[in-house]
Write a protein of this length. Structure first.
Length: 318
């Protein structure tokens, strides 16, 4: 096991800056799995979508390539006895999740674990609300207890792309009711994690908007406990593909000129401004003030981000 950097004094901003480039381990631990899970081994659950078993060698190779953050999607409900009043979770499944977490955590990189591919019950409407709260309570009670002594290299992401599956609102910004229920779900998870003891009292958390959308409405109506958690959310949304900010820049440059990209980065839309600098929503006359404030904040606190943008724009060739 490598010596992990001491980040006990780091703020959320320090952690975000230190996370650098990330890689997503998907379609393995987050495979939905069979519904009669009691008849399947842990290996069967992990391989249910035909991916091979995750190995220490795989994770080490990824880290040695230069990734400093690994996001591990996890489906928990396939290992929960839904007929049990206490929603008992299979011990062998949480043991396996911990084993994979340790592959990365022991190498000193950041690890994100979440609640993933739970669309059959994690739906933001009144019909599913009671069940969702029961399941989220069981999941995050177990996860918080198991990992409470891990330092802040381990990050909890409460939910993934929670949305109204199969409806006209699935991949837009949802409905007011759905966004309010997602806020309730986040509050349930937040309270469980923060009250569970150990280092969970200050653990970095990721909280998604409706469907993990980055639109102005979804952002404006997301209720989170404080601005530190918002900083983690904005990292997640702005970083493109799980931390690859450069990839997001290249995708935008595929669609517009360099000058257009830079102008849109500076002179953002009214809706984006209202989400980024909330006080500007009170009057359109406040937009110029918000623009100046946002530019000053970026130059003072996000110099590394500016350098990355300039570098990528300079080297980009269509």
């Amino acid at each position: 096991m490598k010596n992990r950097k001491d980040i006990s004094t780091y703020t959320i901003h320090d952690i975000v800056k230190d996370m650098k480039t990330g890689w997503n381990l998907g379609n393995s631990l987050d495979a939905e799995g069979p519904k009669d899970e009691e008849y399947y081994t842990v290996e069967d659950l992990e391989k249910y979508w035909a991916n091979p078993i995750v190995t220490k060698e795989l994770v080490t190779d990824i880290i040695e390539t230069g990734f400093n953050t690994i996001r591990i999607g996890v489906n928990w409900s396939k290992a929960i006895d839904k007929n049990d009043p206490g929603l008992k979770m299979r011990e062998d499944w949480i043991n396996r999740v911990q084993e994979v977490v340790d592959y990365a955590y022991d190498e000193g990189v950041y690890v994100i674990i979440n609640c993933h591919h739970e669309e059959d019950w994690l739906i933001p409407d009144d019909e599913h609300k009671e069940t969702a709260i029961r399941m989220l309570t069981r999941i995050w009670t177990n996860v918080s207890e198991r990992f409470k002594e891990y330092d802040h290299h381990l990050i909890f992401e409460t939910m993934n792309e929670t949305r109204l599956v199969g409806t006209e609102y699935e991949w837009n910004e949802g409905t007011k009711e759905a966004r309010d229920i997602i806020n309730l779900y986040h509050k349930v998870c937040y309270d469980i994690i923060r009250s569970s003891g150990g280092l969970n009292a200050t653990r970095p958390l990721l909280m998604n908007t409706y469907g993990a959308r980055a639109g102005a409405v979804a952002l404006a109506e997301l209720e989170i406990p404080n601005d530190d958690e918002l900083e983690m959310l904005m990292y997640y949304i702005e970083s493109g593909t799980y931390g690859t900010y450069k990839n997001m820049i290249r995708k935008k440059l595929d669609k517009e000129s360099k000058l257009s990209f830079l102008m849109h980065s500076i002179f953002i839309s009214k809706e984006q401004m209202n989400a980024s600098v909330p006080f500007t929503a009170k009057s359109p006359l406040l937009y110029p003030i918000g623009l100046i404030w946002r530019c000053c904040r970026t130059m003072l606190f996000k110099k590394d981000k500016i350098k990355v943008i300039i570098k990528e724009v300079k080297k980009y060739k269509k």
